[in-house]
Design a protein around this ligand. Sequence first.
Ligand code: NI
Length: 138
Amino acid sequence: MAHTVRFGVSLDGALLKRFERRIRREGYDNRSEAIRDLIRESLVAEQWGENDNVVGAITLVYDHHVRELSERLMHIQHHHVGEIVSTLHVHLDRDHCMETLVVRAKAARARHLADSLRALRGIKHVALAMTASARTLP
Ligand code: NI
């Protein structure tokens, strides 16, 4: 492990207060740990170019009453059979389903898949989270 460096950060008091409230809520013991995680997160978020291999989770919420939506979702998933590793389906309430697709693909393909799902009528929300194998994480 590389050696640890201490550095000072200046920021306005109100911002710091909000930050401290948040990290307390999330259960951090100290600021350094929280700041470390934020830095790591932001580096991870920007590190992928189109051709990088990522592991991702695409989570969608939709109204399963919308005509042909289930068939369209199924169709798209079969079309991406080499990239979707696993799916999880949760019936949220009488009308809504949540589905999480775990993908292993090039970053561009994962984004493309998320976008094509987002475009379907009846889809209420799509979130794409990408990560990499632990080996390449900062
Ligand atoms: Ni369902």
